[in-house]
Design a protein around this ligand. Structure first.
Ligand code: AMP
Ligand code: MG
Length: 428
């Protein structure tokens, strides 16, 4: 009778430790591209954007109305002579005592003026004696010094770094870059990522109809969300589909992918089952760390390097292997792969924001592992728990709008404040 020794279980690694090891290995991509800001949404700045001018360039009117001197307007009802008209895009001349300038939103404040009165607070009078001269204006209010004037440089001062290197550009920051006159910016080139799924049980949607599925087969769902997540993380993706569960095929695909990618990302096949060929294949082509991370969903995670077959390249590709269970794959991507990809692109702020929110449920049986519970904010502002937290149930991620980061062995009682990460922050 075979006397199987009980399996020696390695202690689990903390997620923080895994993340810091991953980040410590990631070198920022050094190649940059000069791109039009029209095409730069989602890209990572490779330079500080410094303003060569004040924004706005001059003091200007925040209203359609009249530029005035508050010295003339100590009481309501004073009459001023309208001596000039300044539309946006033009500039006026000095305003003298007793005068007002008709002015429009965005037009420069003329010298001597120190407030703008909105047109609703005035009346123009075509007085008999002035019928051939300038119109007279009755000002019905007593303006405060500086009112309705937008100051030069109140948005950006000349010499300011408006967007530092490492910023991920978004629609608002593209507008800001344009406001300082930039039409092009230098950005980090996109990481090239090869993606494949392992597992002989997998079939591709579209290739086999649901009624024709053989027993034991399941659709490959990981491929679709992983590819979309990679694109949202700024990558160019080479989709290598499904690789059969055998060593020669796994070796062949890995070798080719290592050649011209920064990262090879796989899902499935990183457990310790005998059908898992990713581990021996990566070990043969480079080096591999197979971690058991204290997280749920998740746990098995592989991180390594594939040597390049191209001798002109100093390094080959990074390798990351995600667990096959869809929710585990999704969550480990967000917590380990995404930060790594942001780091490769030089993003300064890697950690995503979390918020303390009250639980609207009891969770009496916590896990030994740090657990990421799929939850959704309700109308009262607290969090509802998805009833099935199994790592195979993708519905939980679709229903939920985020996860609670629940420490090991921590029970949750209704009303407890818990740490919540919105998915929206991970999907930017
Ligand atoms: P593995 O990590 O390969 O042992 O797979 C763990 C579980 O995840 C198994 O039930 C697999 O069938 C499932 N799985 C693996 N890869 C995928 C995939 N790409 N899409 C959906 N389920 C998967
Ligand atoms: Mg498998």
């Amino acid at each position: 009778m075979a006397s199987d020794k009980p399996l020696q279980r390695a202690p689990l690694m903390s997620l923080d430790e895994a993340l810091s090891q991953v980040l410590a290995q990631g070198r920022v991509l050094t190649e940059t591209e000069h791109v039009a800001i029209l095409d730069a949404d989602g890209r990572f700045l490779a330079e500080d954007l410094i303003s060569a001018l004040q924004v706005p360039p001059q003091d200007n009117s925040a209203m359609d109305g009249y530029a005035v001197r508050i010295e003339d307007l100590a009481t309501p009802g004073v009459k001023l002579e309208v001596t000039q008209r300044i539309p946006a895009g033009q500039h006026g001349h000095a305003l003298l005592a007793g005068e007002a300038a008709r002015i429009f939103t965005g037009a420069p404040i003329p010298p001597g003026a120190n407030a703008v009165v909105m047109q609703e607070d005035t009346q123009t009078e075509e007085l008999e004696s002035h019928s051939l001269g300038n119109p007279m204006l009755r000002v019905n209010v007593v303006p405060a010094n500086g009112q309705w004037i937008r100051r030069s440089g109140e948005d950006v001062r000349k010499g300011d770094i408006v967007l530092p290197q490492g910023t991920r550009l978004n629609p608002a920051s593209l507008g800001l870059a344009a406001s300082i006159g930039r039409a092009h910016v230098s950005v980090v080139r996109k990481p090239r990522v090869a993606l494949f799924s392992t597992g002989d049980e997998l079939v591709m949607p579209g290739e086999v109809a649901p009624e024709d599925m053989r027993p034991g087969a399941i659709y490959n769902s990981n491929r679709f969300f992983l590819r979309a997540l990679l694109v949202r993380s700024g990558c160019l993706v080479t989709d290598l589909g499904i690789v059969p569960d055998n060593l020669p095929d796994t070796l062949k695909v890995l070798k080719e992918a290592a050649h011209d990618h920064d990262l090879v990302l796989t899902s499935g096949g990183v457990s310790v089952g005998e059908e898992d060929h990713v581990k021996p294949a990566v070990e043969q082509l480079g080096k591999l760390n197979l971690w058991q991370i204290s997280m749920k969903p998740g746990k098995p995670f592989a991180f390594g390097q594939l040597d390049s077959t191209d001798t002109t390249k100093q390094v080959g590709a990074y390798f990351m292997g995600l667990p096959g269970n869809p929710v585990s794959s999704y969550v480990t991507f967000q917590l380990l792969v995404r930060p790594f990809l942001l780091a490769l692109q030089g993003q300064a702020q890697i950690a995503s924001n979390s918020y303390l929110i009250q639980a609207n449920f009891d969770f009496p049986k916590p896990d030994k592992r740090r657990e990421f519970l799929r939850v959704k904010r309700n109308a009262a502002g607290s969090l509802d728990l998805f009833p099935n937290q199994s790592s195979g149930v993708l519905t939980s991620v679709v229903w939920g709008d985020g996860v609670i980061d629940n420490p090991s062995m921590q029970a949750i009682k209704h009303g407890d404040w818990v740490r919540y990460f919105p998915f929206a922050e991970w999907l930017q």
